[in-house]
Unconditional design. Structure first.
Length: 222
């Protein structure tokens, strides 16, 4: 994707993580509805806006798990293709597996068929997860949960943050709500598993977290 995006000979291109793209789309829908009648359809207008900004859209991690995203996408993708937009995306799933077992999935099936008709599906599964190669000789998972393990995590927190001053319960405020960060310092955050993985959080929360912290330590994984 890096190679493709960097060599496309146009300034009208955009590369974005898919979840961040959908947050932008929902924000545009909300803004549209504040200034238009409730019966007005925002999707064609938003598609034209997106097409005017970039006719090559590159998505990282195309994944549909939310019914709100699925219902918007089924029309947005049609409108984007209708406006001449070229979509290039990476995904861990074949199009046939998108929104699998989702609510009202039958309504999303036409979107899947459109993607398969308009896009060439290329499998790059070589059997090797290259993201893990650099980590093969590094310890990033510590078990069991004992005092010595907690000491190691404490030391790693200090190392990653440059032993900066630790802040407690920092509030990240966005989209009219907030996310509490229990411990943080110089771009490093520390959460318990229950706090980060069992509470009612969404992709928007994790994207906001990634904007502020380059490293996240997760403790007490069951």
């Amino acid at each position: 994707m890096d190679l493709f995006y960097n060599t496309v000979p146009t300034a009208r291109k955009r590369r974005v993580h898919f979840h961040a793209f959908m947050l932008d789309v929902h924000a545009r829908i909300n803004a549209f509805r504040r200034t238009h009648a409730s019966t007005s359809d925002p999707v064609p207008t938003i598609a034209r806006e997106l097409a005017s900004d970039a006719y090559v859209l590159c998505f990282d991690e195309f994944q549909v798990t939310d019914i709100a995203d699925a219902m918007v996408l089924r029309r947005l993708v049609t409108e984007l293709f209708g406006n001449g937009v070229v979509i290039v995306t990476t995904s861990n799933r074949h199009p046939d597996q998108l929104y699998k077992n989702g609510i009202q999935r039958e309504s999303f099936l036409p979107c899947i068929e459109l993607l398969k008709n308009k896009c060439e599906v290329v499998s790059l599964d070589s059997g090797t997860d290259y993201r893990r190669l650099a980590k093969e000789t590094e310890s990033v998972y510590f078990s069991p949960i004992i005092a010595d393990t907690n000491k190691v995590l404490h030391a790693l927190f200090g190392l990653a943050s440059g032993n900066a001053s630790v802040r407690e319960d920092v509030k990240l405020r966005f989209l009219g709500r907030s996310l509490a960060v229990p411990l943080s310092a110089n771009g490093v955050a520390r959460f318990s598993f229950n706090h980060l993985c069992k509470e009612a959080l969404s992709a928007a929360d994790y994207i906001e977290l990634a904007k502020h912290y380059h490293t996240v330590l997760l403790t007490d994984v069951p």
